[in-house]
Design a protein around this ligand. Structure first.
Ligand code: ADP
Ligand code: MG
Length: 296
């Protein structure tokens, strides 16, 4: 399948799907489809890594299959496992009929499709319809899981000892995301196209706000984006992401705030900064006048 026709068309389709991509992002997303190579997206939290995979699915009418990674994720959760309970029931029900138990027959019976629980990686490989496979937050898994991913990402096939090899009839569009909390193995990187996503520039962030919070007027959008930019320059525990800009915009509208002055920032800082120490830092660095909750 051709996923996209050109970088420009990719940008266009993504925009229609609600994702505003810069030139580098659109080009890389196009190439991932054209070369059928997995796309590794790295960058801080909240810059649109997960959203890009979702947007590719929306833009191309493909279904999204998501493998959320976490510490302790194993093959049984990522690939497939056997439905032991059901297998046990089958064995017990056969024993109940009084027939002589022929182990090899039973074995052949219970290691079949009917008893297989497919997990995201296998699901994505076996689908006949266009599929976007999102392997989200890879850096949260243990390094061993990367070996498993490599098998899937290099051959697009999975070997199940009892059933044989399942090869993809149709390669999924694969997106891996990472917050770079640890380095991924060179072997994984080698198989992927790489894109570093960062906070958008002021203009793009205003466009994202416009698209997601249409009621926000231009002047306050500009103030908001400028302020968020200043906050990102401070060394905070958790810099405000795009999601927080959007939340902040909605907060300002809910409170009918039309000018983002120091007091307004101070009163609504909880929408953007989620650590007390970050808030204190912002108040100090942006020289906000502390209004205190009792003096309003
Ligand atoms: N380029 C973009 N266009 C439109 N919305 C975006 C864009 N980038 C980020 N967002 C918004 O930011 C939110 C957070 O992005 P997300 O993909 O969850 O971040 P992460 O990089 O942590 O996976 C999304 O829900 C989306 O609303
Ligand atoms: Mg994410």
């Amino acid at each position: 399948m051709t996923w996209f026709e050109s970088p420009a068309q990719t940008a266009d389709l993504l925009t229609k799907a609600g994702y505003l991509a810069d030139a580098a992002t659109a080009t890389t997303a196009f190439l991932a489809g054209a070369l059928e190579k997995p796309l590794l997206l790295e960058g801080p939290a909240g810059v649109g890594k997960t959203e890009l995979a979702k947007a590719v699915a929306r833009a191309t009418g493909a279904e999204l299959v998501r493998l959320q990674c976490y510490e302790g994720l194993d093959e049984a959760r990522a690939l497939y496992e056997w439905n032991y309970k059901k297998q046990l029931l089958r064995i017990q029900s056969q024993a109940g009929t009084g027939e002589a138990a022929d182990w090899s027959q039973t074995h052949d019976d219970i290691f079949t499709e009917e008893f297989l629980l497919t997990r995201p990686l296998l699901t994505a490989i076996r689908r006949d319809e266009p599929t976007v496979l999102l392997i989200d937050e890879v850096d949260k898994t243990d390094i061993e899981v990367e070996g498993l991913l490599l098998e899937v990402l290099s051959d697009f096939q999975v070997t199940i000892p009892e059933l044989g090899t399942v090869a993809a009839t149709r390669r999924p569009y694969v997106v891996l995301t990472s917050n770079a909390s640890r380095e991924l193995s060179e072997a994984v990187k080698r198989r992927c196209l790489y894109l570093h996503l960062d906070y958008p520039d002021a203009e793009r962030e205003r466009e994202i706000l416009q698209a997601q919070v249409p009621d926000l007027d231009d002047r306050i959008a500009e103030q908001l984006v400028a302020t968020v930019g200043r906050l990102r320059d401070l060394e905070l525990k958790k810099a405000p992401s795009i999601a927080e800009s959007v939340d902040w915009a909605r907060t300002l509208i809910a409170l009918e705030i039309r000018d983002l002055d120091e007091k307004a920032i101070n009163d609504t800082l909880g929408a953007v900064l989620k650590h007390a120490s970050d808030q204190a830092r912002a108040v100090k660095e942006l020289r906000l006048v502390s209004t205190g909750s009792t003096t309003k």
